[in-house]
Design a protein around this ligand. Sequence first.
Ligand code: PLP
Length: 343
Amino acid sequence: MIYHGLIHRYKQYLDLPAHSQTVTLLEGNTPLVPMPRLGRELGCELFVKFEGLNPTGSFKDRGMTAAISESLGRGAKTVICASTGNTAASAAAYAARAGLRSIVLIPEGKVAVGKLAGAIAYGAEVIQIQGSFDDALALVVEITQKTPIALVNSINPYRIEGQKTSAFEICDALDAAPDWLCLPVGNAGNITSYWAGFKQYGKGLPRILGVQAKGAAPLVLGHPIEKPETVATAIRIGKPARGEQALEAAHESNGGIIAVSDAQILEAQKTLATEGVWVEPASAAGFAGLVAETTQHKIEAKGKRVVVVCTGHGMKDPSIITESFTTPRVIPAEYEALVDAVG
Ligand SMILES: *Cc1c(COP(=O)(O)O)cnc(C)c1O
């Protein structure tokens, strides 16, 4: 079957206005990768929904195909977003595809190199803000209220519509919802989307574990964080726009929202790579949360079907790895030297 992108595939489930003009890069349709070894260690049937394999390397493409399709159909000429990086790259790619101008606001010096490079490669006008993601978001909200520029952050309801499709795909692949779904939570658009998607699709409901980073855990602490800090830049957010909905999803699904340390996140990133899946730090938070909860017996994963959502590709943030490894050794280009080196 030829794939035409997720709007085409799940049109009947998506509440998009009639004026939408589909802009697609054939996003979605990402693999649900079985993780038999790590699953065995945790005693569950484990899968990774590998969202890093979307066209621009993160799940943001699911929402962006919908948001840009609506903006284009409405006659917008320019789109804008605040971003910790992945939204910027995604907005830039879809805007380019649609022939729209894109402007992205990022927190100064805090965006991973692979994301910034993507935004620039796709032709976005990138502006750094002397402030946090939350400051950038407040600014783009204001300018889109006062000018015809279209907002494509996940406050935009069509982002949520598009992102629901990952829940549909998981249900289609497993023929039912899993017992648990674990995912990172930043601005909380994605957890909102999954919960809405599972509820709508009617193939059962998972319990949802949302995972924040300890230094950026407003939903766990119960108040906004002025200066969020974490190595997981994609979830370095102190005031989630959809925080209430995230708490609701966790509560209604009989799941929860927890925080894990940067050390746990980086450990989870390494562990996932031991079974062949390299994800960016924020993307490993869901798995870190699962490990923490099962170790403390707060989640009984034994015999359960668990899907961990890995939101973005490891190649987005290569410096996390390259800064911590020692440079590979150098040997002469001679066979004997190779034999010595291999041991
Ligand atoms: C955006 C993003 C998140 C957080 O998603 P929210 O919808 O903001 O909660 C997590 N991981 C990655 C890789 C992201 O790009």
